[in-house]
Design a protein. Structure first.
Length: 605
């Protein structure tokens, strides 16, 4: 980072105000209580509330050890809540609180001492809040001198940001988008429109370079995919609003990225939290994109079937990223939208940058309107004691097989160093009533190879086959992370080899020891809840096989292994179908050449 720059002073028009731009995050910051707290000098970020006063000490305040709190505070999201509160109430204390925060920051913090993404987000949020205030019915201008002070600071921050842009990926997109919105909203600060032209040109290049051929962001994080995509949809909306032409190929690449965004939303309207992700819904983004690109399928998913038309595909693959999705339907047949079955499978690269988790062959699964088997999320980037950054990033925190309690890739807080685990999809097979994903993973930390088959049967339930093979004996731990709601509502039967929680039954074929331990689930950064983890362990084995029935909504299904050897697997699942009176016989060859399924109403004994 270059040396700090001093804030300049440039004469501005007294009536300077930003042109109205569309804020793609306005709907997330409309909380009157947050605005009231800010007026009182009380601020909440990442689940932690601090009393900092109405004129905070930005440089030397008593901030938490986790630097992410201070970073979030410096991005000024609270300004949008204050602007909304002023617009709805006309109460000038909200506007004055925002002015005090902005001017106190300008008076205390030299430009160039923060990360580029912090500067970019603050530029955006200052422009968004100022624009929202200026459009409010009761607005009669900022306090005398504030608009010039604010414009000078924005110009200086934008100039510094342009000189220190991140080289690639999500931070660069955010930074370029901040420059785009800054130049668009305040053309007086962009002589000749050169900054606007630069930002738009570079955004087009980032859209091309930072998404894989299948449309998934190169960091392979669901959260960062949607965050980055939100900026690009914002470019589309604001460019149309101001009659600005987009770079060639912009819409085509945008549609590819939106395809993954649409399909990765679960039936409950939330996204799975894969690779340094928070949960949450991006329905507002899909709805916005639906209008921009005339895509009724985006609207259908955004409104969970209330408007638009359903997508044509249910079981989809994004092969470059290694994400594969199974879905029973879109609520346009026997089940309502929220009750459909959903699974996302990860067998792809760890992702560029430092966000990738050690989660090869992991899944997240939902049914009955809620997640049932979950990715625990990210919780923190801070390494403390205990090191929860490691726990949430490590293999034990994912729904896969952990070998000798080791991570698939050696742990580092950020980017991996040295050799990393590799995964690949071997095949995706479909016959009537079956969709089968078959993939494998290999780690540089041990000699065992892990192959997993995920069999989605009749849009109703799943069977997992996990095979491990090695030259030396190992401890194999197959882990299933349940949602927090399962705590206190879990029934474990070691004798009958099942775990039952509301809405879900896990049944295990013989050969492993079943136990339940405590884990965590983090819906958002800094917030975590206790959640049970089901563990099936095979000790001191070179080769091992697990068969697991994952049955949402069924009364009392059972799984029996009829045949399991080096060439073939045959199982029977009883208690399925309408009324639970049917038996499914499922058979597949280890080499993938044959696959079959039949359902019988006769009970097999």
């Amino acid at each position: 980072m270059s040396a700090p720059a001093r804030q300049g002073s440039v004469e501005r028009r007294a009536d300077l105000a930003p042109r109205p731009v569309h804020s793609v995050i306005a709907h997330l910051h409309q909380d009157r209580a947050v605005a009231d707290d800010a007026c009182a000098g009380r601020f909440t970020e990442l689940g932690l509330t601090l009393e900092l006063g109405s004129n905070p000490d930005w440089m030397h305040g008593d901030f938490p050890a986790d630097e992410e709190w201070r970073i979030a505070f410096g991005k000024f999201y609270v300004g949008l809540d204050l602007a909304t509160a002023f617009g709805r109430s006309g109460d000038r204390r909200y506007q004055r609180a925002w002015e005090r925060l902005v001017t106190s920051w300008i008076g205390q913090v030299p430009i160039g001492v923060e990360s580029t993404d912090t500067v970019a987000r603050r530029i955006l949020n200052w422009v968004y809040a100022w624009s929202a205030l200026a459009q409010s019915p009761g607005f009669d201008g900022l306090a005398p001198g504030t608009d010039a002070l604010l414009a000078d600071s924005l110009a200086a921050q934008a100039d510094w940001l342009r000189q220190n842009l991140t080289a690639a990926r999500n931070h660069r997109t955010l930074e370029l988008y901040a420059l785009f919105i800054h130049a668009l909203a305040l053309p007086e600060l962009d002589a000749g429109g050169e900054l606007l032209e630069f930002a738009l040109r570079e955004l087009g290049r980032n859209l091309e370079s930072d998404f894989r051929a299948d449309g998934v962001h190169v960091e392979a994080s669901t959260h960062y995919h949607l965050i980055v995509l939100r900026s690009f949809v914002g470019v589309r909306v604001n460019a149309r609003r101001f009659g600005i032409a987009l770079p060639d190929g912009f819409d085509e690449r945008l549609r590819a990225a939106l395809e993954f965004a649409m399909h990765c939303h679960r039936p409950d309207g939330q996204i799975p939290a894969l690779s340094d992700a928070d949960g949450g819904s991006y329905a507002e983004l899909l709805s916005l994109a639906a209008g921009e690109l005339r895509r009724p399928d985006y609207l259908y998913v955004a409104t969970r079937g209330a408007l638009g038309t359903p997508p044509t595909a249910r079981n989809v693959s994004f092969p470059a990223a290694g994400y594969h999705i199974q879905r029973s339907g879109w609520g346009d047949a026997d089940r309502c939208f929220e009750d459909e079955r959903f699974l996302i499978f990860d067998c792809g690269p760890i992702g560029d940058g430092g966000h990738g988790h050690y989660d090869l062959l992991s899944v997240e699964l939902a049914a009955g309107g809620r997640p049932l088997i979950v990715d625990p999320g990210r919780f923190t980037y801070h390494e403390g004691d205990p090191n929860l950054r490691h726990w949430f990033k490590g293999t034990r925190a994912h729904n896969t097989v952990c070998v000798d309690d080791l991570d698939q890739t050696e742990y580092h807080r950020g980017k991996p160093k040295g050799a990393i685990a590799q995964g690949r999809l071997i095949a995706r097979s479909q016959v009537r009533g079956l969709d089968v994903l078959w993939a494998e993973a290999a780690s540089p930390r041990y000699d065992a190879r892990h192959s997993r088959r995920v069999l989605f049967v009749d849009g109703e339930y799943w069977v997992f086959e996990d095979r491990l093979s090695a030259g030396l004996p190992h401890r194999y731990d197959l882990r299933w992370h349940l949602a927090p709601e399962a705590s206190g509502n879990l029934e474990l039967s070691a004798e009958q080899r099942f775990v039952r929680v509301p809405g879900l039954l896990l049944a295990f074929a013989p050969g492993s020891e079943i136990a339940v331990e405590e884990g965590w689930y983090a819906p958002r950064y800094g917030i975590r809840h206790a959640a049970p983890v089901v563990s099936a362990v095979i000790e001191h084995a070179a080769d091992a096989a697990f068969i697991t029935l994952v049955a949402p909504g069924l009364r009392s299904p059972t799984v029996a292994v009829v045949d399991l050897d080096e060439t073939r697997t045959t199982i029977e699942v009883a208690g399925v179908g309408s009324g639970g009176g049917a038996v499914d016989t499922i058979s597949w060859s280890v080499d993938g050449r044959s696959l079959g399924w039949r359902r019988s109403d006769a009970v097999v004994r």
